[in-house]
Design a protein around this ligand. Sequence first.
Ligand code: ADP
Length: 203
Amino acid sequence: MEIVKKQGPITGEQIAERLSLTRATLRPDMAILTMSGVLGARPRVGYFYNGKTPDKLVAEKLHKVKVGTVKSVPVVVEENCSVYDAVVTMFISDVGTLFVVKEGGFLEGVISRKDLLKITLGVHDIHKLPVGVIMTRMPNVIYTDQDESVWSAAKKILNHEIDALPVVRQKEEMEGRAGLEVVGRLSKTSIARVFVELGEDGQ
Ligand code: ADP
């Protein structure tokens, strides 16, 4: 890298000569440096330095992954769904966060595992109590959209100490009034999946 940085563009032959190695010995290293994007290579010109460190390349890659490509299916209930049914829905769907929507799929609130646990500590009839009473309600819901980078959505999850974000898109709700239609779910698991996939390249 140092040689190419100082003397590029430079051919593989010339680099090998400077290092007192054969061209063949150097080939695998040059392949890694060009594949990772640290060095560029042009036929009949040689290798040149890209000006990007491996860290910068990884960061760039992370910013390119959009929420829309990694989101999963949202699990939704309506505001009048009972706490009991919400618990059952969580178990059946194997998720930790439910999104509460009104007719048309518009976002109204979020319920987490602990919201449900908390209410079971009181003397409530969880068959009758609707989730609307305990949910975190709009406009306090933190959400994301398909075009946001997973990196920036992950920051929201960390900053607000939550487990998942509804993925929404703006849609006319009624007579020109814009609403947020729930189209997906981005959870800590979705982010872990991106992390593992990005790491796969470097194994
Ligand atoms: P858990 O309660 O299982 O630890 P969270 O950390 O996600 O799950 O939830 C903590 C609190 O934050 C709960 O009261 C929940 O209603 C609320 N919450 C969860 N997700 C969101 C969100 N996307 N926007 C706003 N509040 C949320």
